[in-house]
Design a protein around this ligand. Sequence first.
Ligand SMILES: Cc1cc2nc3c(=O)[nH]c(=O)nc-3n(C[C@H](O)[C@H](O)[C@H](O)COP(=O)(O)OP(=O)(O)OC[C@H]3O[C@@H](n4cnc5c(N)ncnc54)[C@H](O)[C@@H]3O)c2cc1C
Ligand SMILES: *[C@@H]1O[C@H](CO)[C@@H](O)[C@H](O)[C@H]1NC(C)=O
Ligand SMILES: *[C@@H]1O[C@H](CO)[C@@H](O)[C@H](O)[C@H]1NC(C)=O
Ligand SMILES: *[C@@H]1O[C@H](CO)[C@@H](O)[C@H](O)[C@H]1NC(C)=O
Ligand SMILES: *[C@@H]1O[C@H](CO)[C@@H](O)[C@H](O)[C@H]1NC(C)=O
Ligand SMILES: *[C@@H]1O[C@H](CO)[C@@H](O)[C@H](O)[C@H]1NC(C)=O
Length: 472
Amino acid sequence: MKIPCSTLVFTLSVLSLSISISCATSNPILNDFFQCLPKYSNSSYPISEAIFTRENTYFQSVLLSYIRNLRHCTPTTPKPLAIVTAKHESHVQATVMCAKQHGLHMRIRSGGHDYEGLSFISYISNTSYIVLDMFYLREIDVNIADESAWVGSGAIVGELYYSIAEKSKVHAFPGGVCPSVGVGGLFSGGGYGPTMRKFGLTVDNIVDARLVNVNGTILDRKSMGEDLFWAIRGGGGASFGVILSWKIKLLQVPPVVTVFRITKTLDQGAADVLHRLLRMSWIESTLFFSEYAFGTPIKALIKRPTEPPPFFFKGKSDYVKQPIPKEVLKSIFEKMINRYESTHMQWNPYGGRMNEISESETPFPHRAGNLFMIQYWTYWMEKGIESTNKYLNLSRNLYGSMTPYVSKSPREVLHNYRDLDIGSNMLNQTSIEHARVYGRTYFKGNFERLVRVKSAVDPQNFFKHEQSIPPL
Ligand SMILES: Cc1cc2nc3c(=O)[nH]c(=O)nc-3n(C[C@H](O)[C@H](O)[C@H](O)COP(=O)(O)OP(=O)(O)OC[C@H]3O[C@@H](n4cnc5c(N)ncnc54)[C@H](O)[C@@H]3O)c2cc1C
Ligand SMILES: *[C@@H]1O[C@H](CO)[C@@H](O)[C@H](O)[C@H]1NC(C)=O
Ligand SMILES: *[C@@H]1O[C@H](CO)[C@@H](O)[C@H](O)[C@H]1NC(C)=O
Ligand SMILES: *[C@@H]1O[C@H](CO)[C@@H](O)[C@H](O)[C@H]1NC(C)=O
Ligand SMILES: *[C@@H]1O[C@H](CO)[C@@H](O)[C@H](O)[C@H]1NC(C)=O
Ligand SMILES: *[C@@H]1O[C@H](CO)[C@@H](O)[C@H](O)[C@H]1NC(C)=O
């Protein structure tokens, strides 16, 4: 039961999206912000070319290019006043400095896959806001001699895999499954993929990073210090700064790797795991896991979707620490078929390398003691608030019914499968009590250290969103 990489399973239909963009009334804060930007950006790269306001013809297509869920693309979804598509690092610095100076709320978007859309939507107290879009900052520099690479946050993981494969058949990197996912969100939130049990998470293989801090200064691992470098490897980038690029360690793989596929239905005894082995190169395995037909050219990995897929979805996750009895497994299968046919479940095995890394090594706490992670992925095609409520309700009911079989106190959730149901801050001031609820769910004991780092690097709480880490 595997979650589809959105654009592949469903055929793209012509969309008639009804985002109605009303012409912005001239907003004085926004005007001051625009006046400020050129002061801090390199004039060789005019920042005026990177700005899209609601009046601009391309505003809608820029906004839609990195929305991966129709649920975040309805007439009532909050929309930014403007989008800055940074084309140079100084544009990122200028956006941070000017937004801060003029009290303008900012969101950071790389690949736009956030499950709750928090990279381009703000629900905070009806605050007007801008989006800093990172998709142009996607340079990838692979160095086989020292088995490393620098990768821009605006790259997608498919581009990273492709760039590695162009230079070596025996090197790999443990990023995510779906090629279109952005490096900025995936890396800063943890990042898991099919080689997790062999190599650990994405964040276990990052050796340096470059980040724009709240003062607009570019820092690397050395100048940011080990606390901040720790926090951005799994604690979510958007609470701490804008990550420009990451230095990763490449890992050695054999020229031929083995993957397996389970091909059983319930009638055929799916509760007993049976599988078929297949052999291919690592890069081909990345295509296989994202459900491309065997033999698809690897260029498919670098194709960026240009609009949202034609369905709505809601994701949730769980951790399982005790074996689930076979009879219960059967009843779950039956329930999935009879009651929750609009939900896919994906079970990812843990163990291996994941057991060797301590819970506090990075903010990602779900390490030893987990048998597997469950993702619940509910999707629907019907428009309208009633359908949305119906399917959200289904998703919550299924999650509720799994309570006896999953982790408790806290019921752990994968940060990269962001879920606003577990708690949020909808006000301009981030309450630490509310944050502790979702914070412990995502980070367990690491939440308190994340708060200490946040207090040191962003005491005024400029980098915030509905589930960010608050300063003390
Ligand atoms: C189809 C699909 C498949 C997925 N598959 C996997 C998978 O295999 N493995 C896995 O681990 N996860 C997976 N995910 C989850 C994914 O890792 C997260 O949604 C991730 O946050 C997406 O990153 P993004 O850059 O595309 O998203 P965005 O929506 O752009 O960003 C997500 C969050 O990160 C912040 N952020 C983005 N860029 C930066 C930056 N440069 N600096 C600071 N903060 C930043 C945003 O503000 C937001 O809070 C999948 C999601 C989808 C929709
Ligand atoms: C601006 O960019 C140009 C071209 O890359 C570079 O030569 C110049 O040094 C930069 N200016 C500043 C102030 O960084
Ligand atoms: C946000 O706006 C809506 C509609 O204009 C209003 O009903 C609501 O009270 C506002 N919320 C806050 C927190 O200001
Ligand atoms: C949600 O599900 C519960 C439990 O099945 C049901 O009682 C309730 O009526 C549902 N609500 C909606 C809005 O569908
Ligand atoms: C939100 O809080 C920030 C400080 O964190 C403040 O500068 C800003 O004015 C507040 N915005 C609103 C709309 O209250
Ligand atoms: C940002 O600048 C302010 C004012 O100069 C300074 O007090 C603060 O320490 C700086 N913060 C960081 C994280 O560098």
